[in-house]
Design a protein around this ligand. Structure first.
Ligand SMILES: [Zn+2]
Length: 256
């Protein structure tokens, strides 16, 4: 039986690393490439980066070289180390657990402190840069248009989501964050486009805000939130139905 998972050509292009046993790798350097004499090796690891110092034992040759298992980006930082931090961050994994997994495998890996440093120095600034770039491109596409938008304060609803970051103490509490998020989104969009209609849930503060502050915007309620409300009313009226538990389970599972 073949347990190998064959990758398509498209997938293969994006795969950069392979897992190699350290002793197999070190064996490749045990012989001088010039005179074939035995060579002395000195190895050290910085996170997942392996550096091998090779020196030929033949006094008349004395060939020496330094080999690194990855491209070194700066002092103490290599492509593989950054790739580990990036993969943990982008997959939403717990860094402590992910790094522990590597240690259980016996694999050289970055420290938790290095992960935090990578996150602060490289990853978050990169996310900010791409976010700003994508946002600018999106705004350029809709500039001058009359738009119908939909949005929600949740990040896991079934929509493409525009994310607005701010601290809860800027708004006087988390209950005001949804309204403040909407206010900032609308202000940003309205700099270059017109919003003719906005589809949201029935959050009372949102309804009041749009009624008072944006009377020119038609406010509609989305059917998904209305359907959720009907299901909950239905369950409260007919609690004896056998399907109740299953519906509740599905509601929870689907995040309704
Ligand atoms: Zn040699």
């Amino acid at each position: 039986m073949n347990f190998c998972y064959r990758l398509s050509e498209d997938e293969d292009v994006h795969l950069t690393f392979v897992m190699v046993e350290k002793k197999k790798l070190v064996n490749l350097f045990s012989q001088c490439p010039v005179c074939s004499s035995e060579a002395s090796l000195r190895e050290n690891c910085s996170g997942s980066l392996l550096t091998i110092h090779q020196l030929c034992d033949n006094d008349s040759c004395q060939f020496k070289r330094v080999w690194k298992s990855q491209e070194q980006l700066s002092r103490g930082t290599s492509e593989g180390n950054i790739a580990i931090s990036n993969a943990i961050f982008m997959s939403g994994s717990s860094p402590a657990k992910a790094l522990k997994m590597f240690k259980f495998m016996g694999m050289h890996v970055i420290s938790y402190a290095a992960y935090m440093q990578h996150q602060k120095t490289f990853i978050i600034p990169s996310v900010d840069y791409i976010y700003d770039e994508e946002k600018a491109a999106c705004m350029a596409r809709v500039a001058g248009h009359s738009l119908t938008l939909s949005g929600d304060g949740r990040l896991d609803a079934f929509y493409h989501t525009t994310v607005v970051f701010f601290k809860s103490n800027e708004t006087g509490g988390s209950s005001y964050m949804e309204k403040e998020g909407l206010r900032r989104c609308l202000a940003s969009v309205m700099q270059s486009a017109t919003v003719k209609e906005l589809v949201t849930d029935r959050h009372p503060q949102i309804r009041k805000y749009l009624r008072d502050e944006c009377p020119e915007v038609k406010h509609s309620f989305d059917t998904w939130h209305i359907a959720k409300g009907i299901i909950l009313i239905y369950l409260s009226l007919f609690p004896w139905l056998m399907i109740e538990k299953e519906i509740i389970r599905l509601v929870k599972e689907k995040g309704l």
